[in-house]
Ligand binder design. Sequence first.
Ligand code: NAI
Length: 789
Amino acid sequence: MNVKEIFETMEYGPAPEGSAEAHEWLDGYGRKFGHFINGEFTKPGKTFASTNPANGEELAQISQAKKGDIDLAVSAARKAQSDWEALSGYERAKYLYAIARQVQKHSRLFAVLETLDNGKPIRESRDLDIPLVARHFYHHAGWAQQRDRLFPDQSAYGVCGQIIPWNFPLLMLSWKIAPALAAGNTVVLKPAEFTSLTALLFAEICQEIGLPKGVVNIVTGDGDAGEAIVNHPGIDKIAFTGSTGVGKAIRKATAGKGKGLSLELGGKSPFIVFEDADLDSAVEGVVDAIWFNQGQVCCAGSRLLVQEAVEERFIKKLKARMETLRVGDPLDKAIDIGALVAPVQVKRVQDLMKKGEEQGAVRHQPDGAVPSNGCFVKPTLYTNVQPANIIAEEEIFGPVLVAMSFRTPDEAVTLANNSKYGLSASIWTENINLALDIAPRVKSGVVWINSTNNFDAAVGFGGYKESGFGREGGKEGMRAYLRPNWELKLKSLGKSTVPAKPKLFATDGIDRTAKLYVGGKQARPDGGYARSVVNADGKLVGEVGEGNRKDIRNAVEAARGALSWGSKPAHTRSQILYYMGENLDYRRSEFADRLREMTGVSAGAAKKEVELSIERLFAFAGWADKYDGAVHNPPVRQMAVAMVEPIGVIGIAAPDESPLLGAVSLLAPSMAMGNTSVLIPSESAPLAMTDFYQILETSDVPGGVVNIVTGAKDELTKTLAEHDGVDAMFYCGDAEGGKKVEQYSVHNLKQTWTNKGKAMDWTDREICEGEYFLERSTQVKNVWVPYGA
Ligand code: NAI
């Protein structure tokens, strides 16, 4: 080829990054690694191969952790924890800073090793993964130093078990380890079995900087080792990133164990192109959304939604751009798409592609050849895809994009939200008003406007729905590694006192029976039964409807129908909560009498419970327009607007004790933040909340915002916690009941708060009028907005 021809084709020659240093490092360990426990590498045990997916060559043998190894790692972490947390924030900050510096110093070695082990283009590991790792440790050095100032009266969980995937091996390690250490935890981390090498190099850095022994422990192995970490009784919190299937298994395994849990799971994120978008920029956006890291990105923009008027033009431009993507040796600096992580992933991707084609999707791939001896898959675009096609619904985790079209912005939102996942979304339009209208309506934890796949340590990241819960990065991420000191001091509630078996009878014609409250109206229970409410002496004090599964389903439907409550101005919600307080105040003696009658408490105690309930409504009325977001300043020309959003429909199983105050303490923050709810009142003293209907009705609470179903708490809770239309559960009861709620919540991965079988002190203003329940009633969405002409 002569110069003229080269100039015309703009063909690149190969530009390979040298890998000698990485191979030398591997040789230094005899290409056989043990675990890193208590500051030392252990002797390798039973091992498995870690291979280079670009050519199938074995890189090293990695040890498979057995239960004994996990025991050793957990006890080293436990031993180190109290001293680590007792260091000053400044001391911990210095260690995190030292790690950041070492990562920078060894950045080339890290990048090459990552690319060899994972198959991702060196351009990405060098320019994105490793710099972001350093940034994460820098950022968290600051949190370490400010922990006590910014998170007063909170402590570290203790020992954290952290399980990470193979798509961003070192980056996910930093997302896990940096906040955990900043907060004062020690960790046992397991990298994914395909990609352990950079975690082991990281262990070496921990040695180099003299990190106290046992603060970071790294054990290697497959899912069995992961399971052993999850089930280890010595671990206080589990943080997991990976597939939704394993996330659900972990939710189930940890149910009722009282461990902290954060799950960052899969996605099927929409990439929305409006007709007024800068189409050429949007095409580049697609390249970064789905072909970055071979599409093995949990927040990959894998569902392209294009407005009909520009669909043809956009797809044509996209296809032309696909022709120029270079697939090949990931160590080549001019490569766009490297290798998938392992043959099993290639097969998984190809199987899904085949199924999608069987369901009518039309495949487009560029003409160029790809190397035949590694895990390479061509960039792929599917058109003619129905929303119900498997490739439009399932996470493919490969370089495969599905395209669909929409007509109106509303249709774009409906299509975008038509997914069990809710991790991220990318919105392309030149109209900022439209972008900022759509962003809050898309159910996802991150929204990028005219951009995609931006990450920063200061900006929280995490999902809604089956994409998991909890956030990583920023203040939200720090909170996930801390817990309030009062939680540890709570006494056990003991076994819930089962109320005497109530008498059930048909309600026909008996109008004394308090009905259910659904959609703003009193409703007869579906089954037509009522139950007696008796006081401690066995005297009948009233009757309430006996709700059943159907009633819960109706109530959930009503609550879903009222979700626009969340988009009302905070001032309106505040005003309504104040009215509720005022109206309860008018009826204070009536409510106090009722409490006394049902529970046998003294007149003084009943009066105090009502007074505190009024105060609580006032407190959250005041909070409604104050617990709000932030604007972050990531190191790119974008601002990230952290919006505090309601979770959606919250199921509330109120405590048996303090039947009015307990229920109000959970209901008020949830309402203040814009959630709607289905509340199951105290089983033994439900009349406090059936009387509350009048308060709701006289306070302008829109129908469906609060729904109340009385009856057998355990049975009703089961239906509520299993219902996919419920987004979160608050449960107060005995430990067994709390465990069941966590188990029932698995299907749609609803967030749960339970009292963990502990006796809550509902009179405690510090606990019950502060940010604790506001935090549990909200989730943070980060909207990235670019600026600059
Ligand atoms: P995976 O979820 O099985 O692996 C992630 C991590 O979990 C690894 O460290 C693995 O050893 C560990 N693990 C596996 N089973 C476990 C268990 N029962 N208990 C505790 N830990 C366990 O992901 P996999 O099978 O490698 O990939 C399959 C699919 O999962 C991908 O095609 C993709 O769709 C999705 N995935 C999503 C990721 C994300 O970031 N959202 C990351 C990795 C995979």
